[in-house]
Design a protein around this ligand. Structure first.
Ligand SMILES: NC(=O)c1ccc[n+]([C@@H]2O[C@H](COP(=O)([O-])OP(=O)(O)OC[C@H]3O[C@@H](n4cnc5c(N)ncnc54)[C@H](O)[C@@H]3O)[C@@H](O)[C@H]2O)c1
Length: 287
């Protein structure tokens, strides 16, 4: 049965959740943005109150649309109240599997029977969460990119349990939000974008580690020949070299394959505490 999606609940008002909520409200959906942290809710609401008038001032949004979006968006600390009437839930809580499992169990109890439950997790496929519910056919991944208000791509991932109608509803919802969704017909670690990005990062690090070219020249080639907005080393400095180190270590722990260990350049930067922009120095110096 296909239900028209009118009410959305976003659980988690952090980096991702607060912006996904605003995207939903701007798309004309009645939206609840839910978090356990009052400070996070406060921050999310303050951001919305600043963001919408800025868009109006820049001529990107009419005053009326901004007013309506604000009226459609509620910030709540009660999961029960926030999801009671939701047609679609987007889970965007902290990336911890046990936390997400517990939340999916509660969502299954609190939501109406037709509600679709989607996870914005970067790495956990929805088949890890679907068995916690009595509605596996209504569970899928819906992976947004950071910052969610700006980035157009959304990966919708269909698990073996996911009904066609569920994946279609997630794709349609993303389209309604003005996104450019892509559908993954099966689950795979890292989904699509992060897998491609990993190949690029690994190759860039190989070229640096083997002395073929400098970080600056590799970045320059990727920007000027491939048309990427920034090179892999600039990107690693932005996302954090500590993150690159931990992701590679986690991969190595899982596979035991020495090829999966962090590259020498990443280890060196990690040990020196040169983790990128946040430390003032990474592959580049930020003075
Ligand atoms: N940050 C990114 O670049 C990015 C990109 C794509 C996907 N993601 C995924 O999005 C999810 C959220 O990431 P984030 O960066 O927004 O994290 P975040 O730490 O900024 O926010 C997580 C929020 O979840 C809240 N929370 C924790 N338990 C909760 C519960 N039981 N009920 C309600 N709220 C709860 C926290 O208070 C916090 O505000 C993760 O699964 C992450 O993998 C992150």
């Amino acid at each position: 049965m296909t239900v028209e999606i009118k009410r959305v609940a976003v659980v988690g008002a952090g980096n991702m959740g607060h912006q996904i909520s605003i995207c939903c409200a701007l798309a004309g959906l009645e939206t609840s943005c839910i978090d356990v942290s009052p400070e996070q809710l406060q921050k999310a609401e303050s951001f919305m109150k600043k963001y919408l008038p800025e868009r109006v001032a820049k001529g990107k949004l009419s005053e009326e649309s901004a007013r309506q979006a604000e009226a459609r968006l509620r910030f709540l600390d009660s999961l029960e109240e926030g999801v009671r009437e939701a047609d679609f839930v987007i889970e965007a809580v902290t990336e911890k599997l046990d936390l997400k499992k517990e939340l999916f169990r509660r969502l299954d109890q609190l939501c109406p029977p037709h509600t679709i439950l989607a996870t914005n997790s970067s790495f956990f496929v929805s088949s890890l969460l679907a068995p916690e519910t009595g509605r596996p056919a209504l569970v899928c991944n819906m992976h947004f990119f950071n910052p969610a208000l700006v980035m157009k791509c959304v990966e919708v991932v269909k698990g073996p349990h996911t009904a066609e109608e569920t994946a279609k509803a997630a794709m349609d919802l993303a389209l309604k939000m003005g996104k450019k969704p892509v559908l993954l017909h099966k689950e795979i670690y890292g989904f699509l974008v992060n897998r491609i990005l990993r190949r690029i990062m690994d190759e860039a690090l190989f070229l640096l580690d083997t002395g073929v070219a400098s970080a600056e020249d590799i970045d320059s080639a990727v920007v000027n020949a491939l048309g990427h907005p920034m090179g892999p080393f600039t990107l690693m400095d932005l996302t954090g070299i500590d993150l690159s180190y931990h992701i590679a270590m986690e991969r190595y722990r899982e596979t035991g394959d020495p090829a999966d260990k962090p590259s020498p350049a990443v280890v060196e930067k990690y040990v020196r505490g040169e983790w990128g922009r946040k430390k003032g120095r990474g592959f580049y110096n930020y003075g």
